[in-house]
Design a protein around this ligand. Structure first.
Ligand code: GAP
Length: 513
């Protein structure tokens, strides 16, 4: 059995081998934490975005979309707090010259205690079998109790230091815990410093006239600065939402785990503007709606959990993450935040413009409160890939790699294959393609044996393979082979469209929400 780490490595190489994700500018040895989506990756990613966009804008008459520019006036980022506070604490190891996030080093140390505890529990479960009482064991086993106490003390000290922005204390924790650099193995650490994650560039032609601007680190601010434009031109009534999909950029110190943490990535964000005082009800509403959106894909309900934030940003009054079980543990895929009226008030203050809403029912003006749902397209892509990737042993000693993607997200919906490259079968296959191509992404493949062609389609997650044989010319029927069961059926050409539609149509998925 492959370990989770080996499985993850296989997924990463599969993504490259089958045209899903390539390292950026690979011929020049790539660019750290920047990736390009290939011919299949872009289709899967577009299907994810289409599902999100439809769920937000089509299903909600009070949510509309925008597409704001990546470049924004630099004061935007002063107002939002990103210039002063969008920082990560970094630390360097003097021997390896490697740079780390101090908080990540400490969180990894906390995870090590958790692993030690889990190992003890697993061993005991094996030893005691059926009669094992895990809760009692955790409370009474001296080794487990000792690890747990150390873990909790470390967690508390770490939380305190982070909340107080105490960089000296973060360094002291790293020293006290004896955390070593994984490369050099030494404890020769520099002081901890704050590092701003925004990329900047210059706009304007002359050095003197140039203005320092930032590549947006989140799409949300493009929505906030357009609040009045959309509200007025769309005659929107609170509560209403503005949705946006677009690129965001962060100069991450430690970029890890493939497309999970990138320096250029894509977000799907929706800001929902509500009456002050109703925000926590709406927060709960959006939490549940967003979880339903994830679960409707059928990747496995047990793979999701909420992680409520202990530490809230000063302007937030509730925040949670939707986490997904990746091969490297439960990880944040989406954040849902109740951001009060912080952003709109800040933009009003910095721009000198009144940003308020007149509520005709209350006959008063106020600055709306905001619930934000923010999901990374790339993390969503990764969670879909991780749950779909399977290495299967087949009867007769054969094996296959199959991507059991939700058919609605699959890059290619069906592949049409003439059994042989002669006797009029390719022409008939082209006819079948022409019936389907206007509604579905269809491939044509006539190379190699049928078995090899099936494997190629399994590897990119194509739900249907359609084979045209000599009988087809007489009976107008084809052989349909299903990806997951590998079963085959004889189907009339006239019924193909409905067969595919019934599996890949997004409408059925949206109805589940
Ligand atoms: N506007 C709120 C906001 O940006 P966030 O928690 O910083 O909140 C939201 O980011 C989502 O964006 C995350 O849940 C994650 O899916 C995605 N994301 C953030 N940083 C990322 C990165 N470096 N690489 C890939 N995705 C990222």
């Amino acid at each position: 059995m492959a370990t989770q780490e080996e499985t993850f490595k296989s997924i990463v190489s599969h993504c490259k081998e089958y045209g899903f994700v390539f390292p950026s500018s690979e011929i020049y040895d790539g660019l750290a934490a920047v990736y390009d989506y290939g011919q299949n990756g872009v289709e899967l990613k577009n299907n994810i975005k289409q599902y999100w966009w439809a769920a937000m804008t089509k299903l909600h008459e009070n949510i509309v979309g925008i597409d704001a520019a990546i470049f924004m006036h630099p004061t935007t980022w002063k107002a939002s707090g990103h210039v002063d506070a969008f920082n990560d604490p970094l630390i360097d190891n003097r021997d390896s010259k490697k740079r780390y996030r101090a908080d990540v080093l400490i969180e990894d140390q906390i995870a090590k205690y958790d692993e030690k505890i889990d190992k003890e529990v697993q061993k005991a479960r094996k030893r005691f079998g059926e009669s094992f009482d895990e809760a009692l064991y955790r409370q009474t086993n001296p080794r487990v109790v000792e690890h747990q106490q150390k873990r909790d003390a470390l967690h508390e000290r770490y939380q305190k230091a982070m909340n107080a922005n105490d960089l000296d204390e973060l360094k002291q924790i790293i020293l006290d815990e004896g955390i070593v650099c994984p490369i050099s193995g030494t404890r020769n650490w520099t002081d901890v410093r704050q590092f701003n994650l925004m990329f900047s560039t210059e706009m304007g032609s002359t050095a003197e006239g140039a203005m320092k601007i930032y590549l947006r680190p989140e799409t949300a601010q493009g929505i906030f600065v357009n609040f009045l434009n959309v509200q007025k031109t769309g005659r929107m009534k609170v509560p209403f939402g503005i949705a946006q999909i677009g690129k965001a950029f962060r100069n991450e110190i430690v970029a890890r785990q493939f497309v999970f943490r990138m320096r250029e990535f894509e977000q799907m964000e929706m800001q929902f503007f509500v009456r002050p005082g109703t925000e926590l009800e709406w927060f709960e509403h959006w939490k549940q709606f967003r979880l339903r959106w994830h679960k409707a894909l059928g990747l496995g309900d047990e793979k999701y959990r909420f992680h409520d934030h202990d530490k809230l940003a000063h302007y937030a009054n509730a925040a949670t993450d939707i986490e997904f079980l990746m091969p490297f543990g439960f990880k944040e895929v989406e954040g849902i935040h109740s951001r009060t009226n912080f952003d709109l008030s800040q933009h009003a203050k910095y721009s000198g413009k009144k940003i308020e809403y007149f509520d005709p029912e209350l006959n008063e003006s106020y600055t709306p409160y905001v619930i934000e749902t923010s999901i990374g397209v790339d993390r969503m892509f990764l969670s879909v890939m991780c749950s779909a990737y399977k290495e299967e042993q087949l009867e007769g000693g054969d094996s296959r790699v199959v991507l059991s993607l939700p058919p609605v997200l699959a890059p290619v919906k069906a592949c049409v294959m003439p059994l042989v490259k002669k006797d009029g079968l390719p022409e008939k296959a082209r006819e079948v393609m022409d019936l389907l191509r206007f509604d579905f992404n269809i491939q044509y493949d006539e190379k190699d044996s049928i078995g090899k062609r099936y494997r190629r389609q399994d590897a990119i997650g194509t739900p249907f393979c359609i084979t045209i044989d000599h009988d087809t010319l007489n009976d107008e029927c084809v052989t349909v082979r299903y990806r997951d069961t590998m079963k085959q059926d004889r189907v009339k050409i006239s019924e193909l469209h409905e067969l595919i539609r019934s599996q890949v149509d997004m409408t059925d998925l949206l109805r589940k929400l």
